[in-house]
Design a protein around this ligand. Structure first.
Ligand SMILES: [Mn+2]
Length: 286
C-alpha cells in the first residue's frame, strides 16, 4: 500500500487537488500522511478540512501550530456561545492574515473542529514517525506518542478552552521528564508544532526560520543532535518551508522535511515513502 507524505497545505486546496492528480492518487490503493497545518494563511481552509474529514479513512494527519491556533480560537468562540464566563487569552482571537473564518462560520463547523481536535501531534508507523515540527533528542518515538497523548487528553477535557489559552509562550526552553502541568504540555507543543532550531545547549529557540546555509553560529537544526533517541525511526516533518523538500539521512538519524512553502507561492510536495520518489506541483498562489 503506497504511502505519500505531503507537506504543509495551509488551505491551498487547489494545489492539493493537483498534487493528487500528479501522483495519480488511487483511493483503492494509496494512503496519505499529512504533516499538519492543513488550514490558515491560504485561500480554502474550509474546502481543505472538509476533504480531509470526508476522506479520513485514506489518511493520517498530525496537528500543526496553525491547526492548534484555529482550535484555540474556536474553543473560545464555543465557550462564549455556551454562555460560559470565559475570558479570551491574548492568542485566542483571529490575527491579521488568518483565513480560517470560513471554517468558524460553516454549518458543519462542530463536526470539522471536533475531528481535527482529536488528531495527535505525533504518529508512528513501521520505520516512520510523523510530526509537524520536531522531536527532541531525549525522546524515543514511543515517548513522543505518549506525550502527544497527554496533549490530546488536555484538548479533550471539559476546560480545554482554558488549556488552549495557556498553551502559548516560549518557556520552558529545555525538556526534563520532571516537567508538570502546563509547562510540560507547552514544552511538548512547542517542540512538536513550532520548533526549528536549538541553541548551543540544546535549548529550544524560536528566532530563526531561514535556510540551513545562513544558520546563525549559535543555532543548529533540531535534527542535528547526535544519536537522538528517536533515531530508530525516520522522522517526517513540515513547518520549515525554507528547507523543504529535503532528505537528510545519516547513520544515527534520518529526517524528511516536506514543507516547501506552497502558501508562500512556491511548491506543494509529496514523497512516496516506499521508494522516496518526490512529486511537486506549483502553488496556486504562484
Ligand atoms: Mn507550521
Amino acid at each position: 500500500m503506497p504511502t505519500y507524505a505531503i507537506g504543509d497545505i495551509h488551505g491551498c486546496y487547489q494545489s492539493f487537488m493537483r498534487l493528487l492528480e500528479h501522483i495519480e492518487f488511487d483511493a483503492e490503493r494509496d494512503r496519505l500522511w499529512l504533516t499538519g497545518d492543513l488550514v490558515n494563511r491560504g485561500p480554502e481552509s474550509l474546502g481543505m478540512l472538509r476533504w480531509v474529514v470526508e476522506n479520513q479513512h485514506l489518511l493520517e494527519v498530525v496537528l500543526g501550530n496553525h491547526d492548534l491556533h484555529m482550535l484555540a480560537v474556536a474553543a473560545a468562540d464555543r465557550a462564549e456561545e455556551r454562555g460560559e464566563d470565559f475570558e479570551r487569552g491574548e492568542y485566542q482571537s483571529m490575527h491579521s492574515g488568518d483565513t480560517f473564518d470560513d471554517i468558524l462560520a460553516a454549518p458543519d463547523r462542530d463536526e470539522l473542529l471536533d475531528w481535527l481536535g482529536r488528531q495527535p501531534l505525533a504518529r508512528a508507523r513501521g520505520e516512520y514517525a510523523l510530526v509537524h515540527a520536531a522531536l527532541l533528542p531525549e525522546w524515543s518515538v514511543e515517548d513522543a506518542l505518549g506525550f502527544s497523548a497527554e496533549v490530546q487528553a488536555a484538548m479533550q477535557a471539559e476546560d480545554s478552552a482554558e488549556f488552549l489559552k495557556t498553551m502559548y509562550g516560549n518557556e520552558p526552553e529545555k525538556w526534563t521528564d520532571e516537567l508538570e502541568g502546563i509547562a510540560r504540555l507547552r514544552a511538548i507543543i512547542n517542540a512538536m508544532t513550532r520548533l526549528r532550531v536549538v541553541g548551543p545547549d540544546g535549548a529550544m529557540a524560536f528566532d530563526y526560520s531561514g535556510e540551513l546555509a545562513r544558520m546563525p553560529e549559535n543555532r543548529a537544526p533540531w535534527f542535528d543532535a547526535p544519536n537522538p533517541n528517536w533515531g530508530t525511526h525516520t522522522a517526517i516533518f513540515g513547518h520549515w518551508s525554507a528547507i523543504g523538500p529535503c532528505v537528510d539521512e545519516r547513520a544515527d538519524r534520518r529526517v524528511i522535511c516536506l514543507d516547501s512553502g506552497c502558501v508562500w507561492g512556491n511548491k506543494l510536495s509529496a514523497m512516496r515513502l516506499e521508494d522516496r520518489a518526490t512529486f511537486q506541483v506549483d502553488s496556486e498562489l504562484a
